[in-house]
Design a protein around this ligand. Structure first.
Ligand SMILES: Nc1ncnc2c1ncn2[C@@H]1O[C@H](COP(=O)(O)OP(=O)(O)O)[C@@H](O)[C@H]1O
Ligand SMILES: [Mg+2]
Length: 370
């Protein structure tokens, strides 16, 4: 029996500012994987990018208000990108590398740059290893809020007005002035964001023009590419999407409304993870036909980027009754209390079955160009 187990490498942590969130997700996913069918290899990536074989008993939850983190000590791991080299290499300190063996599927539970953005997906493509979730292009486009909007708009999907500020434009005095003029046309308030980040890191809601430059610098601390968006007045509704089974079309979950209580202006990092001031309403209190339209549009948004595996599509439902796309997350938060698993649980797919479905879809997909 043990010999026929499917070997799953769960990769977590990583170099982005969402390191801790990824660890928390990995803790819950590994607890839900059926060990009678799967053998789990926990692979941590430290904040400075070292791959290590993580201890099986590592604490991957918030404890005493402290966020979990992968330590870069211990046996280093390497994934040789030569598909014939036979799988993962492990390098214990001071010893020669040993082949740890081939893995059947990788579950890259990484959020943000160097994980959710196509980089690790590229490594896995080169190594000829199957993995869960979006491929290189979809991951990269789904990470970059500017390109995501460009691709959606080109396919007729509704996105709000925005201005992109590249690094060179911001450093050049004339171009910077032109960008400020463009931003003025968006009106106030605006949301200033790093183009490639997540968990609301580096995002500021700006209500006065004199605060704009500081907000752009805050975003630039995360990403030299910044996007400034007109604020959309509306409720926030999220919808889970899964790749179809047996070559069928992608499927959308029952959506959820993010309900915020308390003093927060928007769905910021604290509201998301720390102070418990947000909750999910599943199903959202919306007319049935709006829910149906939103689910259709979530699948279109997923397909527009050639996504695979899973995605969470986030919308605004405006005060005047329109749906506007905000963003897609190709590796959404995935603890049992996160929106994505909650929405699927409300769509008759409990957490362990959801994890199993992701692994099965990844195992069934062909290697190479798809
Ligand atoms: N254009 C916008 N209009 C209104 N609220 C916004 C807008 N953009 C972002 N927000 C608020 O900021 C939050 C985080 O923005 P989002 O683009 O989803 O970034 P992240 O990838 O970090 O989650 C949203 O959930 C929403 O509360
Ligand atoms: Mg978001």
């Amino acid at each position: 029996m043990p010999e026929s187990k499917i070997r799953v490498a769960v990769v977590f942590g990583g170099r982005s500012s969402e390191h801790a969130i990824s660890c928390i997700t990995a803790g819950s996913v590994m607890a839900a994987i059926d060990r009678d069918r799967y053998e789990v290899i926990p692979i941590g990536i430290s904040p400075d990018g070292r791959w290590v074989l993580a201890p099986a008993d590592q604490q991957l939850a918030v404890s005493d208000g402290r966020l979990p983190q992968v330590s870069g000590d211990g046996a280093a791991l390497a994934l040789p990108f030569d598909p014939s080299s036979g799988g993962l290499l492990v390098v214990p300190p001071g010893e020669v590398p040993q082949v740890l063996g081939a893995v059947d599927v990788v579950l890259p539970l990484l959020h943000g740059p160097y994980g959710e953005d196509g980089t690790i997906q590229g490594l896995l493509e080169l190594a000829g290893v199957r993995y869960v979730g979006a491929g290189v292009l979809a991951s990269a486009v789904g990470m970059d809020k500017a390109f995501m909007k460009i691709v959606w708009a080109a396919q007729g999907l509704p996105v709000g007005p925005y201005v992109i500020i590249g690094d060179r434009a911001w450093r050049n005095e004339d171009e910077r002035k032109r960008k400020i003029v463009e931003i003025r046309e968006l009106g106030l308030p605006v949301f200033v964001k790093p183009s490639r980040a997540g968990s609301s890191m580096g995002i500021t809601r700006v209500t006065r023009e004199e605060d704009l430059e500081a907000a752009i610098e805050t975003a630039r601390a995360h990403d030299p590419k910044v996007i400034v968006e007109a604020a959309v007045n509306g409720r926030e509704i999220e919808c889970g999407v899964l790749q179809g089974l047996d070559d069928g079309p992608a499927e959308a979950s029952m959506p959820a409304e993010v309900v915020m209580a308390g003093a927060h202006d928007f769905y910021d990092f604290e509201t998301k993870y720390l102070d418990g001031s947000s909750s999910l309403a599943i199903p959202p209190r919306l007319p049935d036909e709006v829910i149906a339209e939103l689910r259709r549009m979530a699948v279109q948004a997923f397909d527009a980027l050639d996504c695979e595996g899973l995605g969470r599509v986030d919308f605004f439902y405006t005060d005047d009754g329109r749906l506007v796309l905000n963003e897609i997350n190709t590796m959404p938060g995935f603890t049992p209390t996160s929106a994505f698993p909650q929405m699927w649980a409300a769509t008759a797919l409990p957490y362990p079955d959801l994890v199993d479905r992701l692994l099965q879809t990844a195992l069934n997909r062909p290697l190479g160009l798809r």
